[in-house]
Design a protein around this ligand. Structure first.
Ligand code: PA5
Length: 429
């Protein structure tokens, strides 16, 4: 499903020199003995997930599809990025799915929130509120506003059927709300952190409501689990990716990794990837800054810097080998635009040539290392595979850097400061 091309890395990597280190860390991940091991529930989840809850997710999604035009997914960070990434990657930017998915709870911007509320007026909408802690301010604010509007529009009883929550099994404000009002509840297991939660109800319910085949998605994840549950650096592509990142950071002194894709519908996947790596690795004043660009669009903006600016970055290109659709360029009698030399060619051929030209320009001329990750095709199954690949690579990469991949102390500090400044009881100091 995935193939790495290291030809454009400028210097080749001696994977063998990492054999012992990678094996040791692999066992930390597998035996749950590394730092942060309380949060390794995601590792085997595609194999061990609760089938009954999965069936409930499918039923809830069908119910949403039958009764509502819009699903508002209310969450932030790991409680929303995975679902959004998967839905956009698979359904595109102008989807024709039955249910429109809108995201709220990831911002406090009054302009955005009031626009969404206005848009929902008179529409049949459901809410899926997602928060592990149940205390995240952005999400709680959005949920309060949405609930109020829903109750006003559809009535108290109907609102109970329209609301689902995904949260901790036992504790937190969302559990209490769900119990009091009888909202259907889905669980984010204790041992899975937000950014590793896309294979739980956090990702699955919004995806299923958007019409995505979540069985295929989980099948892909399970295939990746089987593939990467392997300590051998010579054959484990996820660990090779981790080692390349580590070499870029420690030996080539790069401080930025750019996620490159040629697909606008992968912008949100890049956002998910950014969170995964930034929150897992950016600790102790160390780590690569994960950033993202979409080509060829950004070749006309950041391209100049990448080619010729300070040599602080390397690129990791995600390329889908076999696009599901293509467009053939027609000929034109006048040829005033001079494009007849492309007559009969497909846009995927044009994109492929743009990629090759860029790889050569950036790596050969500009000296910017480029890794290419080829994904055979993009569908629910391969996306599940790919997201698991990144998660496994991320855990290895953070451990190679000597940090705990599963906490996020920096995020907690801002949350506490915000509570204090807003005057939340219990946060006076
Ligand atoms: O990855 C993480 O753990 C974070 O990004 C959280 O998902 C995010 O802060 C939201 O937290 P919660 O789900 O508790 O509302």
């Amino acid at each position: 499903m995935i193939e790495l091309n290291t030809e454009y890395l400028v210097k080749q990597i001696d994977f063998e020199s990492y054999r012992a280190e990678v094996e040791k860390i692999h066992h930390w991940i597998d035996d749950k003995t590394g730092e942060g091991s309380d949060f390794l529930g995601w590792v085997n989840y595609p194999d061990t997930y609760d089938q009954k809850e999965f069936a409930r997710i499918e039923r809830a999604a069908q119910y949403i599809q039958l009764h509502y035009d819009v699903l508002v997914v209310c969450g932030i960070g790991g409680s929303y990025l995975g679902a959004r990434a998967a839905i956009e990657a698979l359904n595109g930017l102008h989807p024709d799915s039955k249910v429109e998915i809108i995201f709220m709870g990831h911002t406090t911007a009054p302009s955005y929130i009031s626009q969404v509320l206005k848009y929902l007026k008179g529409k049949r909408f459901a809410i899926n509120c997602i928060s592990k802690s149940g205390t995240t301010t952005e999400t709680a604010i959005a949920f309060r506003l949405l609930r109020e509007m829903l109750i006003e529009q559809a009535g108290e009883e109907a609102s109970k059927r329209a609301i689902t929550v995904t949260t901790d099994k036992e504790s937190g404000a969302l559990v209490e709300l769900a119990k009091k009002y009888g909202y259907e509840r889905f669980v984010l297991p204790d041992d899975i952190g937000g950014r590793y939660s896309v294979f739980s109800a956090v990702g699955l319910l919004p995806m299923a409501a958007a019409g995505i085949n979540i069985r295929d998605f989980m099948r892909g994840a399970k295939e990746a689990l089987d593939e990467y549950d392997n300590p051998d650096i010579a054959t484990n592509a996820a660990y090779q990716y981790a080692v390349i990142r580590h070499e870029m950071y420690t030996k080539e002194h790069k401080s930025v990794e750019l996620f490159v894709s040629y697909e606008p519908k992968l912008v949100q996947l890049a956002e998910w990837w950014k969170q995964l790596f930034a929150e897992s690795e950016g600790k102790g004043k160390s780590g690569l800054l994960p950033d993202a660009v979409t080509f060829t669009t950004d070749l006309h903006s950041l391209g100049q810097f990448i080619q010729d600016g300070s040599p602080c970055l390397f690129e990791t290109v995600l390329m889908v080998k076999n696009p599901a659709v293509d467009v053939i360029l027609p000929g034109d009698e006048d040829n005033l635009d001079g494009l007849n030399y492309l007559e009969g060619k497909t846009l995927s051929e044009v994109t492929e040539k743009a990629m090759q030209g860029t790889l050569m320009a950036h790596s050969k001329t500009g000296g910017v290392p480029n890794l290419v990750i080829y994904l055979k095709r993009l569908n629910a199954r391969s996306l599940g595979y790919l997201m698991y690949f990144y998660m496994r690579a991320c855990a290895m990469s953070a451990y190679l850097n000597g940090v705990n991949p599963f906490n996020q102390p920096g995020v907690e500090i801002y949350k506490k400061n915000m509570f204090h400044l807003l005057g939340k009881p219990g946060y006076e100091k």
